[in-house]
Design a protein around this ligand. Structure first.
Ligand code: GLU
Length: 295
């Protein structure tokens, strides 16, 4: 995307009236999170290590508009997932401004959590039973659905059933990739590490569609609405969780508490409105947290 979208962005970016800012949320619209300085969780090895280090290391995405986006000029991350990371960090006693974000691609999340590269992960990470064998999940904090992104000049794709013999791009290791492979074997599946590379390929006619969560695709479409559109309706449920090391149930439950607290105090909605809400969908009611038992 750095290349192709950069080429088209000046058009979208220099201000159709009411168009979202290209470089992240408008100043002053984000919540300010109160750091719970009395918080302590010595029974969590991850928390204890971060506490000794003095800051959290959080895995995220850097190329997903309104969700997890890194400003190449400043290195600053912004978006709804980033706000979820920041609000939960404050509840765990860490200064959100001190979080060190690491970009981790979809296929590498489990390994990053397993070998301690990151303390937790917030980046459009679908909770499912397969992944629960490898990592733990706090949440869900949002529910997305798999969808399709096509060029505005495409009239023949209205859902996954129209993809037979067409080239479809998704990220390696993602649930949308796995669903296409299993349920729509006649589509010609192409994969890259990131969705932004898929979008580049779509804009340059190398593929016919990009498939992943509607949240992610709406962000790309909102940046170049003259060139890209969503096709059809979402065809899966993708509950987003915060990924944690599998055995660290103390951290997982503390993050569940933090998510619930910020849903109650209005931070969740304020953060949504200032980020993901900019791609056009009003804030839904947040889903109930699923505090599944340790084991
Ligand atoms: N939510 C899906 C997943 O976790 C797709 C988005 C992503 O790859 O991060 O696989």
């Amino acid at each position: 995307m750095a290349l192709a979208l950069a080429a088209v962005l000046p058009v979208a970016g220099c201000g159709k009236e009411g168009s979202p800012p290209v470089k992240g949320p408008a100043p002053g619209t984000l919540p300010v999170y109160r750091v719970d300085t009395a918080f302590s969780l010595p029974q969590s090895p991850t928390w204890a290590r971060a506490h000794r280090r003095g800051h959290l290391v959080v895995g995220a995405k850097e190329d997903q508009p309104y969700l997890g986006e890194k400003d190449p000029a400043t290195g600053t991350y912004s978006g709804f997932d980033i706000e979820i990371a920041r609000m939960t960090a404050a509840s765990l006693g860490f200064d959100p401004a001190g979080i060190s974000f690491r970009t981790i691609a979809s296929a590498n999340r489990e390994t990053a959590l397993q070998n301690g590269q990151i303390d937790y992960y917030v980046g459009t990470y679908t909770i499912n039973d397969n992944r629960k064998k490898l990592v733990g999940f706090a949440g869900p904090y949002y529910i997305a659905g798999q969808s399709l992104l096509v060029r505005t000049d495409e009239d023949d794709i209205h859902g996954p059933q129209d993809l037979d013999g067409r080239k479809v791009c998704s990220a390696a290791g993602s649930t949308p990739y796995q669903r296409m492979e299993k349920e729509y074997p006649k589509a010609v599946l192409v994969s890259y590490d990131t969705y932004s590379i898929c979008v580049d390929n779509l804009l340059t006619y190398q593929v016919d569609a990009v498939t992943t969560d509607d949240t992610i695709l709406m962000g790309y479409a909102a940046k170049v609405p003259d060139l890209l559109k969503l096709a059809g309706k979402p065809f899966s449920k993708e509950p987003y969780g915060i990924g944690v090391p599998r055995s660290d149930n103390a951290l997982r439950f503390a993050l569940d508490d933090a998510i619930e607290a910020h849903e109650r105090d209005g931070d969740w909605k304020k953060a949504y409105d200032a980020t993901l809400g900019l791609s056009g969908v009003p804030a839904p009611r947040p889903p109930a947290v699923d505090r599944y038992p340790a084991g």
